[in-house]
Write a protein that binds this ligand. Structure first.
Ligand SMILES: Cc1cc2nc3c(=O)[nH]c(=O)nc-3n(C[C@H](O)[C@H](O)[C@H](O)COP(=O)(O)OP(=O)(O)OC[C@H]3O[C@@H](n4cnc5c(N)ncnc54)[C@H](O)[C@@H]3O)c2cc1C
Length: 329
């Protein structure tokens, strides 16, 4: 009989795992958010969209390139060749070309995940809060203590701190992994007011990255939408600050760096990513965390140092292991 597997989280790692195990197991995905995407989400407000998590990704391994191939052929994923610059408060801007393909999903970053989710059994707006093992099965409960079902295996693809509190592993099992925060500032600015470049790496500033989101391929170019990411160290220092004050400080920094007048900023929104970017894994990366005896596992970008491709690779490696073991038991 096929094992019954619960996967927590419908970001790229959770969806990759579900797709790769779907024929070998009965899979249910639980996602706490209203929509798919995780840290590849797209924020929508009226006609405006901001890709406020990952803005692009690279593909280096053969397996990730193979996953992307049909999506590139159908233009769900396209190469992004921005006019990219480097900014610093102290130095004049200089060009910083990319030397490998960088990809974006269209019309929003979450479009890749929406397309990948076809045919999967996904329960949205459901936060898994507790697990309990009874008679060899895992019972899952949501944040209102309502039961979510009984499963042979539970796999979390949530960011490390959210996985750590859910899965009963020993603290030592999480050693070597870490995650850092980031603020995403989302602005609406008339396109005519913006500089000619499309994106900038920023040095010596609370901001580390600025992109004119509407100039990414496949976006609505009628409105200027800006995404600016803070550095992780600035976010860490200001994580619990008043959020209006954080938004104002980062907006002022954006205006100073780009020369855009404060009066040209028509809207400003802020998103605090508490668990944004994974730190380098200490020691030899294993790709996932697994307890085959208790039938628990975890995967995600944080297992391999954190990037879109890391999320895919971690889930892909765990799926191979589970197909060999759990699904053949
Ligand atoms: C600001 C920012 C900028 C980035 N820039 C880049 C970049 O330029 N290039 C790049 O390659 N990568 C970038 N990344 C990293 C990239 O977004 C991630 O590596 C990747 O999206 C992680 O995918 P994942 O599936 O591992 O995790 P996630 O996308 O975080 O998915 C985990 C899912 O689990 C859900 N979840 C958590 N807890 C629960 C629970 N208890 N119950 C149910 N669901 C739960 C979450 O809602 C989420 O949807 C960036 C990330 C951020 C935040």
């Amino acid at each position: 009989m096929k094992p019954n597997i619960a996967i927590i989280g419908a970001g790229l790692a959770g969806l990759t795992l579900a797709r790769e195990l779907n024929e070998h197991a009965d899979i249910t995905l639980f996602e706490k958010a209203r929509g798919l995407g995780g840290r590849m989400s797209t924020r929508r407000r009226g006609e405006h969209r901001w890709d406020h998590g990952a803005q692009f990704f690279t593909a280096r391994s053969h397996t990730f390139k193979a996953l992307l191939k049909p999506y590139i052929e159908s233009s769900v994923v396209v190469e992004w060749q921005p006019n990219i610059t480097t900014l610093s408060p102290e130095q004049p801007p200089y060009k910083r070309p990319w030397f490998e393909p960088h990809y974006v999903a269209t019309p929003g970053m979450n479009s890749l995940l929406k397309t990948m989710s076809t045919g999967l059994n996904i329960t949205l707006q459901t936060r898994v809060e507790k697990l309990r093992q009874e008679a060899g099965k895992w019972q899952l409960f949501d944040d209102k203590s309502e039961p979510l079902g009984e499963f042979d295996w539970v796999i979390s693809s949530a960011p490390l701190p959210q996985t750590e509190v859910l899965l009963p592993f020993k603290p030592a099992d999480w050693a070597g992994f870490g995650m850092q925060p980031c603020y995403a500032l989302m602005l609406k600015v008339e396109d005519g007011e913006l500089p000619v470049w499309d994106a900038a790496r920023v040095n010596d500033s609370p901001l580390g990255w600025i992109a004119f989101n509407h100039r990414l391929p496949g976006r609505n170019r009628n409105f200027g939408t800006v995404v600016a990411h803070s550095t992780s160290s600035w976010a860490e220092t200001h994580l619990e600050d008043d959020q209006d004050s954080v938004r104002e400080q980062l907006t002022a920094e954006f205006c100073m760096l780009t020369g855009v007048k404060a009066t040209s900023v028509l809207e400003a929104h802020l998103h605090r990513w508490r668990y944004a970017l994974a730190t380098e894994v200490e020691g030899e990366p294993v790709g996932y965390v697994l307890d085959a005896k208790r039938k628990l596992a975890a995967c995600g970008d944080w297992c391999l140092g954190g990037q879109v491709e890391s999320a895919f690779t971690s889930a892909h490696q765990l799926a191979a292991r589970l197909r060999a073991d759990a699904c053949n038991a």
